[in-house]
Design a protein around this ligand. Structure first.
Ligand SMILES: NC(=O)c1ccc[n+]([C@@H]2O[C@H](COP(=O)([O-])OP(=O)(O)OC[C@H]3O[C@@H](n4cnc5c(N)ncnc54)[C@H](OP(=O)(O)O)[C@@H]3O)[C@@H](O)[C@H]2O)c1
Length: 254
């Protein structure tokens, strides 16, 4: 491969859009990397690779082997490990690294948010007095953290994901619902009504693609237990696609 070779770490809608933007740059190859956790993911334009790299050392080797000239991390704001690995491996390989992220959502006067640090704290919040009356909880914190809620048997949980969460079958009060976003406000509103949802547990993912559920909760006056974005990674973030393209053009011209 000659010219610029950009590696985008993906797994988000924004990563697909970024690949599309950067494909337009002359003399540039764009490779998007996906973790490979979803069986038939939405694919971006350009080249795509799947699966982990084998930690930061594996990623370093990949950057060198593929002669990557720029790394863009456009993974989900809660995907901490890959972001940390990518920033360290890029630094070691002396390759510019750009971190694209989503601005966290902000509470409005109409919202009833309980902001918490992590999924464990979200589960503990649900056991407090304020949530005694909440019976049907829409749990949208991702498959990895669902186990934090297994010990709560006084509520019915609804978990929606693309891939099945097999472990849920062991619990009478955990219902898995197949679903692939993006979901519109109408989709979410209907979902809340259909399942008599009276509490939402979500990550503050930011961006527009998963915001409709927050809107639906607001309109229905439903409390939201919201996990804050991790603060462990202190990297400069770029929130805007046009600004990102400008940074890319600047880096590639050096
Ligand atoms: N966390 C969320 O809430 C969330 C939500 C929506 C989408 N996603 C997407 O799902 C993927 C996995 O998320 P996670 O929270 O499990 O990540 P993570 O905890 O940061 O990463 C776990 C491991 O998965 C591999 N990995 C993650 N993203 C990768 C990528 N884009 N390309 C190649 N390998 C990748 C890496 O394996 P090695 O160490 O072997 O390289 C990494 O160490 C991410 O790409 C993310 O953008 C995550």
């Amino acid at each position: 491969m000659a010219g610029n070779v950009i590696l985008i770490l993906g797994g988000t809608r924004e990563a697909i859009e970024i690949a599309c933007d950067l494909e337009q740059i002359e003399n540039t190859t764009v490779i998007t990397s996906l973790a490979g956790v979803t069986r038939s993911p939405r694919l971006p334009t350009g080249k795509v690779r799947f699966g982990g790299f084998g930690g930061k050392d594996g990623l370093f080797d990949y950057l060198v082997q593929e002669k990557i000239t720029l790394v863009i991390d456009a993974t989900h704001p809660f995907a901490e490990k890959i972001t940390k690995n990518a920033s360290e491996a890029s630094e070691r390989a002396n390759i510019p690294f750009l971190h694209f992220s989503r601005k966290p959502w902000k509470e409005t006067a109409q919202d009833k948010w309980y902001e918490v640090k992590n999924s464990k704290a979200a589960a503990s919040t649900l056991t407090q007095k304020d949530f005694e009356c909440a019976k049907n909880v829409f749990l949208t914190i991702g498959r990895k953290d669902v186990n934090c809620f297994y010990s709560i048997n006084t509520k019915q949980f609804f978990v929606r994901s693309i891939e099945p969460v097999k472990e849920l079958a062991c619990f009478d009060n955990m219902k898995w619902i197949q679903g692939r976003g993006p979901f519109t406000f109408q989709d979410e509103y209907t979902f809340f009504k259909e399942h008599s949802i009276d509490c939402l547990v979500a990550k503050n993912s930011g961006g527009y693609s998963s915001y409709p559920k927050i809107n639906a909760a607001r309109v229905l006056g439903i409390p939201v237990v919201l996990v804050q974005q991790p603060k462990s990674i202190n990297l400069k973030k770029i929130y805007d696609r046009e600004a990102l393209t400008a940074f890319v053009l600047h880096d590639l011209s050096r």
